[in-house]
Design a protein around this ligand. Structure first.
Ligand code: C5P
Length: 399
């Protein structure tokens, strides 16, 4: 592969030399681009000697006046290691004041970012938000390791091992556009069920899992229709977002778009109950106890199970106990091909979290546990299994 290796100015810049060496050893072509600050840690000559190519540093050198455009066009993958908090912020906001950041904006291929920084900088809300922006843009983040940091503190922030970065590059390189030509219909987020014109009932779903699925499907070449309840997430790049509020609205949009879909994934946490007749006026505060009489909402997944035709249908089961039995029961009762089961109510997994640990219950009878991982990686594993399952079901049906 023709790879651009962007090196930013952190103490971990010296590890990028080892990364460049490993990539050369795997017969990749490596073009190193350094920021000004990176040059303070490692001399460009080190990278030039390792890669056999001139290192690009200065946007304003005569010969590089438009070089960032041609370099962007000639390469297949952009790897940034180490990515400092400052560089990540610039990428997130589209600042372009040096060769690397300008090249980034001109580059249209896959981007892999390996951050390295002090633990407090890593955990800072600004860095978290900037990384979320990059993830939503479809970039792969190679999480830093935990351990002793050059600043003397211990915690997450240490650049991932060069070997781990090479492995991530390998995965990125082999990622096929295996959903090209397909339409994937995804629902995400909670629904809000009004009680009166100002109040509603809802749940803690953040929509992150459904949005990660939408992003993964789009990156793999699918047309993606994302029917989303109210969430605080930006629309993933290249995805058609249909905003809805209630379970009834979600049902309507799902069935309006069903004809176009080849794969349907119901990741939304749809409310199970609602007021079927919402009062026109705000309910007045009184000293007396009041009670709400709620009706069940339409079960969209069950209806999809009856009307899915040849489509592959994936449901979700958020459970607080008996995960495997519940996932399997839902698979059967709602005629799904796969149910993604996750335990909710446990810390750092499920609702609101960036990570998820799920099991996949398949129509073939298999149950596959996936290791705890960022939701974007879980999303890719779900699509790997969806495609494998579809082949298995076709083979079983003899077509
Ligand atoms: O049975 P339960 O509601 O726990 O099943 C969860 C699955 O069903 C999720 O895939 C969710 O999107 C879907 N669902 C639905 N319509 C509802 C409730 C849940 O499609 N009214």
């Amino acid at each position: 592969m023709k790879i651009i290796l962007g090196v930013a100015g952190g103490i971990a810049a010296y590890k990028a030399a080892e990364l460049a060496r490993l990539l050369m050893q795997e017969s990749h072509e490596v073009q190193v681009v350094m920021t000004k600050a990176a040059e303070k840690f490692v001399r460009p000559l080190t990278f030039a000697a390792l890669t056999g190519r001139k290192v690009l540093t200065n946007l304003f050198a005569i010969e590089s006046a438009i070089e960032h455009i041609s370099v962007a066009q000639e390469h297949e993958l952009l790897v940034i290691a180490p990515a400092t908090a400052d560089l990540i912020a610039k990428l997130a906001h589209g600042l372009a004041d040096d060769f690397l950041t300008t090249l980034y904006l001109a580059f249209t291929g896959p981007v892999l970012v390996a951050p390295a920084m002090n633990v407090n900088m890593w955990q800072h809300a600004a860095t978290r938000a900037n990384l979320d922006t990059l993830r939503l843009r479809g970039h792969r983040i190679v999480e830093p390791d935990s351990g002793y940091l050059a600043c003397g503190m211990t915690g997450p922030g240490r650049l991932a091992d060069p070997e781990a970065i090479v492995e991530a590059i390998g995965r990125e390189a082999h990622k096929r556009r295996d959903l090209a030509g397909e339409t994937v219909l995804i629902t995400a987020g909670p629904t809000q069920e009004p009680l009166d014109p100002v109040r509603y009932i809802s749940n803690r779903s953040s929509g992150k899992m459904g949005y990660a699925l939408a992003e993964a499907a789009a990156a793999r070449g699918a047309r993606v229709i994302l029917i989303s309840g109210p969430v605080h997430l930006p629309a993933p790049h290249g995805v058609e977002v249909v905003a809805v509020r209630t379970a009834v609205e979600m049902r309507q949009k799902v069935f309006e778009n069903l004809d176009a879909a080849d794969i349907v994934i119901k990741a939304a946490a749809v409310a199970d109950f609602h007021l079927s007749k919402v009062p026109d006026h705000k309910i007045k505060k009184t000293a007396a106890r009041i009670s709400l009489e709620l009706d069940p909402t339409p079960d969209i997944l069950a209806e999809l199970g009856r009307k899915k035709g040849g489509r592959l249908l994936v449901g979700f089961a958020a459970e607080t106990q008996n995960l495997q039995q519940e996932a399997r029961r839902k698979l059967e009762s709602k005629n799904c091909d796969m149910v993604v089961g996750n335990l909710v109510g446990v810390s750092d997994s499920g609702f609101e979290s960036d990570q998820n640990e799920v099991i996949l219950a398949l129509r073939t009878g298999e149950t596959i546990p996936l290791p705890r991982a960022p939701k974007r990686e879980v999303a890719d594993c779900i699509f790997d299994q969806v495609l494998r399952l579809r082949l298995a079901l076709h083979a079983a049906n003899g077509n």
